[in-house]
Design a protein around this ligand. Sequence first.
Ligand SMILES: Nc1ncnc2c1ncn2[C@@H]1O[C@H](COP(=O)(O)OP(=O)(O)OP(=O)(O)O)[C@@H](O)[C@H]1O
Ligand code: SF4
Ligand SMILES: [Mg+2]
Length: 344
Amino acid sequence: MTVILEAKNLTTMLRNRAGIVTAVDNVSLKVRAGRSLALVGESGSGKSMTCLSMLGLLPSSGRLMGGEVLFKGRDLAKMSRAEIQKVRGKEIGMILQDAMTSLNPLLTIGDQVSEIFRVHQGITNKAELRRRSIEVLEKVKIPAAEERLDSYPFQFSGGMRQRVSIAINVAMSPDLLICDEATTALDVTVQQQLLKLLRDLQQQNNMAIVFVTHDLHLAAQFCDDVAIMYGGRIVETGPINEVFAQPTHPYTIGLLSAVPSLATYSNRLSAIPGQQPTLARLPQGCRFEPRCEHAIEQCRSQYPDWFEWGDSGRRTACWRTQESLAGVLAGIPVRSEKSVSEVA
Ligand SMILES: Nc1ncnc2c1ncn2[C@@H]1O[C@H](COP(=O)(O)OP(=O)(O)OP(=O)(O)O)[C@@H](O)[C@H]1O
Ligand code: SF4
Ligand SMILES: [Mg+2]
């Protein structure tokens, strides 16, 4: 399968109250055509900063310090602002959590949708812009699309606004769509409708998707691959069914154990003890070490190398992966396929 996006060793520094910190540290990931990669991890782990770094959309306090962002073979990190702007919106779409912040409250839906055809296809004929806008709103299943063109964002429900945002971002049939918590603020029914819509659009265009979420149920349901982030780094990655069936990094194991399972509902959830380290005071060795019950001396002094195995692209940054895989790490359950269906 064609690799659409490959980020290599991305490193982003940010200026915050604590000084200059590394928010994205040596992050590498691949997304293939027609597949979805879930980017998961606790709040502040660097998921959004990774996406913004790849798209040249960092806040003024941030700077991409190193790495490559190969999109269909071209390095986005080396493009000028004008060049990358041409790629965004046309070949890459990005949908954020709250469509209210990405839609202009002062412009009609029609104005905002038609803008994309004006900018990227140079269409100026009003009737043609209107026709194209109706077509794309119908594609995302907005009822009575023609009548709704003259409405303003505040006249739409949250789910409908998110559909408009999806319409704007898929209007040019992009090869890559980045969804940063795109369905988090919506109720479960609307969330499911939007996931189905995204999946249909993905199949129509063989689109690659990066799906940022806190929700492991959604990730398991929607995505093919997963990358788990902790403290600005990816700590485990691979096909999602394999990673969730047999997680090897103690952080992944902790995250999965903290997921309430409807199938085995219980009022006792296991939480990962402690908190993520602040970026200004990262441990010298493994970043998870202060919270890890399996830490050994080496973990305190050296950041773990990647351990890679099999031919499906699984890899984990933990000194004890081999023991974890062998099931000899005390307290780490060897999961079965059943565990995945429970999560999904
Ligand atoms: N505009 C900013 N200026 C400075 N630091 C920032 C800025 N935005 C985020 N950060 C910091 O960058 C780090 C990574 O944040 P990021 O937003 O990528 O996390 P996240 O994994 O997306 O979290 P969430 O799940 O809450 O969205 C955090 O320490 C955060 O405090
Ligand atoms: S490297 Fe050590 S501290 Fe880090 S997750 Fe693995 S066992 Fe725990
Ligand atoms: Mg975020």
